[in-house]
Write a new protein. Structure first.
Length: 306
């Protein structure tokens, strides 16, 4: 997207630039906060990890929540149908129609979504995220905004950090316009996608990096495959194959069997920080747009990126 189009989505000039985030001197501190919050969200809950932590699974849940926030019962084109969900999913190109159908069925059976006839037209079936999904999304969003609060304490992120449901609903409604930008930025991060495209890949990666940051042998880590698999509900073989793929991409070096000595290479740290900075850039953009949307027109004070 051109900058003018991004500023239109933000409701005015941008507050943060991606380059400033990724080059921030406290980025490693923000990374530690994010890893702690992200892993706390899923630790001890392998079922949710298996259900949501993989690109196609996550995007079904995430995009459904975003689109639901923009539903206007009087406007049929805004209804959250399976067809519309698949259209938005196609921006990311990470799941087939058949795969999406299966994921929707699993989310419904797990109580994260309902599929019901539309009140205005009983011939059409509408997806509806449940309060269980919305509560999880508020927790997820707070974890992803937490590193912004570390880097920019002068900015007020309390509405998301305190799980304000009204602010969250408007934030997600505004997020609809940002989906194409989010898709293009995500697809520009091949190292992130290597983990994201595997079941539990994102939490395995997070555990690997947090362990390395906490160990005296930093930047190396010990992540026994069996322990990690048990924690996140995947097999030791799955964890091993994921890290073998990461080694082939020059992200790690595996020095002993079983994951007991994993060397984190510079490319992994740099690519993870780039992906995290992309997320922070998008979250701040939508946060500012939400704040502006809540302000009276004559009270809006644009802030600019020099």
């Amino acid at each position: 997207m051109e900058r003018a189009e991004i500023e239109r989505l933000a409701g005015g000039p941008l507050r943060l630039a991606y380059e400033d985030i990724v080059n921030h001197p406290r980025l490693a501190e923000a990374r530690k906060v994010f890893l702690d919050r992200f892993l706390a969200l899923y630790s001890g809950d392998p079922y949710t990890v298996r259900l949501l932590i993989e690109s196609g699974r996550f995007l079904v849940y995430h995009i459904a929540g975003v689109l639901d926030a923009g539903v206007d019962p009087a406007r049929r084109e805004t209804w959250l149908t399976i067809k519309r969900l698949k259209q938005e999913m196609s921006l990311f190109g990470l799941a087939s129609d058949r795969h999406i159908d299966g994921l929707i069925a699993r989310l419904c059976s797990a109580g994260f979504m309902d599929l019901e006839p539309a009140e205005q037209d009983r011939r059409m079936r509408i997806l509806k995220p449940t309060e269980k999904l919305k509560a999880h999304d508020r927790d997820w969003l707070a974890a992803h905004v937490a590193p912004l609060a570390v880097l920019y304490p002068e900015h007020d992120y309390r509405a998301i950090m305190h799980h304000d449901p009204q602010f969250h609903a408007l934030y997600r409604r505004i997020s609809i316009g940002v989906l194409p930008l989010a898709a293009s930025l995500l697809l520009s991060l091949p190292d992130t996608l290597l983990f994201f495209n595997h079941a539990a890949g994102a939490v395995v990666q997070a555990e690997l990096l947090r362990t390395a940051m906490m160990m005296s042998a930093y930047p190396d880590a010990a992540v026994p495959y069996a322990d990690v698999g048990r924690r996140f509900g995947v097999s030791p073989t799955h964890v091993r194959q994921l890290l073998i793929a990461a080694e082939a991409a020059d992200l790690v070096r595996l020095h002993t069997r079983g994951g007991r000595h994993v060397q984190i290479l510079p490319r992994q740290w740099a690519s993870y920080d780039r992906g995290m900075a992309v997320g922070m850039y998008l979250h701040d953009l939508v946060y500012v747009a939400t704040e502006r949307a809540l302000q009276p027109a004559d009270a809006r004070r644009p802030t600019t990126v020099e």
